[in-house]
Every structure is written in C-alpha cells, then in structure tokens.
Design a protein around this ligand. Structure first.
Ligand code: GLC
Length: 618
C-alpha cells in the first residue's frame, strides 16, 4: 500500500513539474517579470510589438491575443474611477454598474499634509479601479501651481515640490500595491490650460530642476512609478509627449524610469519624434469615428503602421521597438497579468470613510473671529444657508476627472442632517450647468431674483452660512480653460458683502481648487475653505462646522490679496498666458511662497496657514 502511495505521489509530482515546465515563462506568474518580458518579446512578431505601442480604443491599448497577453485598460482618475466610456468615442457608455465614490480633490489631500492619509487614499481609490477591471489610473497629478487661475489646479498638489512629492509617493505606492499602475501627470510644465496643446514653455534649468521636476523625480525614484503621462505643451519647442531630452534624457536615463510613457490624449504629433523621443504608448489621436470596415483606424496612428514601415525600411532600429515593447509588457505583467492584482471593491463603507477622513483633514479654517465656530446650534433659531455650491454636485464636470457617483451628499443635506429645520435655504446665485470648457448663458433677471430672495431671507435669520467659491464649470476649475479672473464669479463678492451688511454672524464656506480674492474678508466672521470633498461633502463639512472634527488643514497654495501679487503676472503676456505661442517663466524659482517671502509681499493667507478650534497662549 505504502509503495503504491509513494508511486502515486511521484507520478503526480512528475506530471505537475512537467506541466509547469510546459507553461511558457511569460505566462508563468511565478517567473520574475524581466524573464516574462524577455520571453514574450522573443515570441512576438514586429507587427505585434508595434500593435501594443498605441491605442486600440479610446481607453485601451492592445495586448497580444495570439499569445494570451492582456490589453491594458486605462481610466481617468485621479479622484475616482470614471464612468465607462464608449469603445471608440468620448461618449459615456451609460453602464448601470459603474457609479463610484468620488474622493476629495488632490489639493484637498495635499492640505492634510498627512502622508498616511495619502496612502489610505491610494489604497481606497485603486480598489475601485481594480474592481472596475482597470489596469492604469490616469493620475495623480504633481504639476506645480505656478499660476492661480490654472483650470486644473484642483487635480494637483499645490505650489511646493517637496509637499507635492511627499504626498504623491505614498498615494502611488498604495495604488500600485493593488496591481494598478499610476500614470503621473502631466509631464511636464503643464502649468496652464490656455493654449495647452501647443504653448512652448521657456524656463530656466534651475527652476525646472528645483520647482517643476522634483515631485515627478521623487515619484519615479521613491514610489517606483509604473507609467507617466506626457503633457500636451512643448518644452524646447518640442511636444512633451515625444521629447527626447525630457523623456529619454531626464526621465529614462537620468532617473532610471523603467515604466511606460503614455501620451496625453491627442498629444502625439509625429512618427519619427515618437519613435526617437521616448514615447511608449500613443493614446487618443483622433480616434472618433476613425474606424473602417476593413481595419480599425488605430492602425493609422503615428506609432502604428507608419512606425512599422520605418522599421521595415531600416530607418528605426529594432532596439528602439524592443525597448518600447518591453516597457509596455512590463506594465502588463505588473498589472493586468499580475497574479496578486487586487479584486477590489466599489462604493464600500471603508471607501466612504476614507473620503470623509481625507476631507475632514483637508478643510482649512482661514478665519474664525468671535468664536462663531464651532457652530453651537442652541444659540440660533434660523440659520440661513445661501449659495449655489450648497446644492451642487461637484463631482460632475471639470473635464476628464469628472465622476458619476452613486451618492453625493450636498452641503445643504449635510447641514440639515445636523441642524434640522433650523436651516433655511436661499440659492442667492446660480452658476449654470457644469459644461466642458464652456460657460452657460444665464438670465440676469432670474439671477437678480435669487439675489433679492437671499437678501430678504437674510433679514429673518440670526446666522448666515454662505456656501460658494469655484466650481467645475468651464472657466472655473475645468480642464482646457483657465479662470478669467482671480475674483469669485457670479456676483458672489457683492452678494457676500450685501448679506454681511444685514447679518454680522456670517460664515463663508468656499469650494475650489486654488486661491481667489477675498475682498469681503473683514466683513465676515469666519471662512472655511474645502477644496472639493467628494461623495461625502455635506457630511464632512457638517462634521467640521459642528466641531465634531477639529479643522487641521494647512494651505498647499498661497492666497494672495490681489491677482497681480503673483509673480507670473509681473511680466505681461509673456509671463502668462504667453505671446506667439511662447510663455516665459521669468520669475524663475520664485513660485508661491518663495516669491511672497523673498520679496516681502504680504499674502492674504500664506502657504501652510490654517487655524483650528484650539486656542493657544504663550
Ligand atoms: C485629457 C487630459 C488627461 C486625461 C486624458 C484622458 O485630455 O489632459 O489628464 O487623463 O485626456 O481623458
């Protein structure tokens, strides 16, 4: 019997080893990634290698079906996993199971100055990406806030490269620990949205190295970043998506980046430059409708058939193709074919808890005179909430970071949950729909009615909570457009002053991705800035206003008194938004507090500023 058993064990082990031996290395999840890459490369044809270097749909790049090598599924971030987009257009696919948790904006995360929260954020958001079957999250962003009107500041982490880097590293590490690649963006110098597709950035080597690159470098070297997104703009008059000096010189040779460079969508402009300029995956080059019954239009991409032709003509070496393909395969084996990739979860309690925790620690208390906060409801009978942002879903709009949320608690709902029918509401102003890079035409008469209604109700209130700021509309916090003014829009400044004349007990709560003028600051007793708080907005805000949570956020950007106080506006058009396609960063390293401190310009609220309900006495 024993002999029989021994025989059986030997036979099965031999079979098992033999079976293992038959699994090709690239498919063996236990094999080291570099061996899997090498083995896969050896098996792929030139056409298959070129095929994985570009999109096969709006948000996927190809795998190798013949060899069972997965495609790469990409999706926007960075504040949550975007709803499913149609295969071959920018339209939503209208799935019914792709609502997500919207997490706070990255500027809010930066305002927490809390590295472990950054890790919590990365873990939670990447669990949602994993559950939705995504391999690459298009985020986070560590573009430095050089110019306060930048429409995408809310997707980035402030004006200081050290803070941005320190907050991005834990986020990236925890996303990638779940087998989802981050795609850090936008590399590099994408500090404005105006003319973003073509503007050329003139910047000193010192400012480049000390201000604009360090956060990216830290993420490559300390977080082991897996992919990075080239930016639309140019540097040295060459598009950053295929810029040899930036991508091959600095990123790959100097920093040792071993992952894949992905173009921004439509950021690729030339086959030769893409081949020799360090691009690895070309995405979004005019795919809409670019298909024919014979073959997908994607084969006409710069890095598709045209590239293959150059190789066949001996003009581009196979070494270049093999290096690109290896980087893409490495990304596939790190994510889509990673045996330890998380299953993840969607809209789980822990994700909402993380959302609220990050928001609570990111809210910055900028003013609290007369101890109005924390709000003791027993002192008031009629609390009037005024403002469009009290009822607005601010996870919609803003461009590619837009999110379809399963639920989104508005500030008004959050306050009503605590203060009940003491809360009265007047919209006061209306911002229109969150259109992409456009502003809705609004009817002045109806706006005037909103204003007058708020004034009327203010006379019957004993406390006003104004909830306004920026929003995700075009020309506010929105991709592809910068704000037109440092002032709040929609007549908010006038409305706040008018309300303050009626009721001295006034708290202003603002949302927004960057600084703005606060000309009314001495007319109100309290100011709380919330950035964007995501799905639990109202709950998070109410927790801080009520004192359940002691505000501890600190500004990751300088709030200047006036727009002209920022250095980028000191040099006319050349300083911003640029002239003849050229913008000049003449302020050099003096960005944000480096300018205000060095030049002695007193800001309204300095970088790092933030109060709490605790009072201190020396
Ligand atoms: C957009 C953005 C980029 C985004 C990509 C895909 O143009 O610049 O941040 O990830 O296209 O939506």
């Amino acid at each position: 019997m024993r002999r029989l058993l021994l025989l059986f064990i030997t036979a099965t082990t031999t079979l098992h080893v033999a079976a293992q031996a038959q699994v090709p290395t690239y498919l063996n999840p236990k094999a080291p990634i570099e061996e899997r890459v090498k083995d896969a490369l050896n098996r792929m044809t030139l056409h298959e290698k070129v095929k994985i270097l570009h999109a096969q749909s709006k948000f996927t790049s190809a795998g190798v079906p013949r060899l069972g090598i997965h495609q790469l599924n990409m999706s926007d971030g960075p504040h949550g996993v975007r709803e499913e987009i149609e295969w071959n257009s920018w339209n939503a696919a209208h799935w019914t199971n792709d609502s997500c948790v919207a997490f706070p904006s990255l500027t809010c995360l930066a305002a927490t100055w809390n590295r472990s929260l950054a890790a919590t954020y990365g873990n939670a958001v990447s669990e949602e990406f994993a559950y939705r079957g995504k391999d690459i999250m298009l985020g986070p962003g560590t573009t430095i806030a050089r110019m306060p009107l930048n429409g995408r500041s809310f997707e980035y982490m402030g004006e200081d490269p050290y803070l941005a880097g320190e907050m991005a590293v834990p986020y990236i590490k925890s996303v990638q620990a779940n087998g989802v690649a981050c795609c850090l963006k936008h590399f590099a110098l994408n500090n404005q949205e105006t003319d973003r597709m073509s503007i050329n950035i003139n910047v000193s080597e010192r400012a480049l190295r000390e201000i604009y690159l360090p956060a990216f470098e830290k993420c490559v070297k300390e977080a082991g970043l897996w992919t990075i997104m080239g930016s639309y703009n140019r540097w040295l008059n060459i598009h950053c998506c295929h810029n040899d000096s930036l991508l091959n010189g600095i990123l790959k040779r100097e920093w040792g980046f071993d992952g894949a460079v992905i173009s921004d969508w439509g950021g690729t402009h030339d086959t030769w430059q893409s081949a020799t300029g360090g691009l690895d995956i070309e995405m979004g080059t005019g795919t809409d409708g670019k298909t024919s019954d014979k073959s997908l239009g994607y084969d006409t991409y710069y890095m598709a058939n045209p590239l293959e032709t150059l190789v066949r003509e001996g003009k581009i070496s196979m070494d270049i193709i093999n290096d690109k393909a290896a980087r893409v395969l490495r990304t596939i084996f790190r994510t889509a074919m990673n045996p330890n990739k998380a299953i993840g979860s969607l809209c789980s309690e822990t994700h909402y808890e993380a959302c609220q925790k990050i928001g609570e620690e990111g809210i910055v208390l900028l003013r609290n005179n007369g101890g109005l906060l924390p709000l003791d409801a027993r002192k008031y009978n009629r609390i009037l909430v005024v403002g469009d942002n009290a009822v607005r879903n601010m996870s919609e709009g803003g461009g590619s970071s837009e999110l379809k949320t399963r639920h989104d608690i508005s500030p008004l709902d959050g306050l009503r949950a605590i203060y009940g029918d003491k809360i009265e509401f007047a919209r006061g102003y209306y911002a229109g729909r969150a259109l992409y890079a456009k502003a809705e035409k609004l009817d002045p008469d109806s706006l005037q009615k909103l204003h007058d209604e708020a004034i009327k109700k203010a006379k019957e209130s004993d406390l006003i909570i104004f909830i306004g700021g920026l929003n995700k509309n075009g020309y506010e916090d929105c991709e592809n457009t910068d704000r037109k003014s440092y002032n709040l829009s929609y007549g908010q400044n006038e409305l706040i002053n008018d309300l303050a004349k009626i009721q001295k007990n006034m708290i202003v709560v603002t949302f927004g991705g960057n600084a703005f003028a606060t000309p009314w600051i001495n007319n109100v007793k309290a100011l709380l800035h919330c950035w964007y708080l995501g799905s639990t907005s109202g709950q998070t805000l109410a927790a801080v206003l009520s004192g359940d949570v002691n505000p501890s956020g600190k500004l990751p950007v300088t709030f200047a008194k006036e727009q002209q106080d920022y250095p980028c506006f000191k040099y006319g058009e050349e300083g911003y938004p640029g002239k003849d396609g050229q913008v000049h960063y003449k302020e050099g390293i003096y960005v944000g507090y480096r300018w205000f401190d060095t030049k002695g310009v007193k800001p309204q609220f300095p970088f790092g500023f933030g109060l709490s309900y605790t009072t201190f006495k020396y």
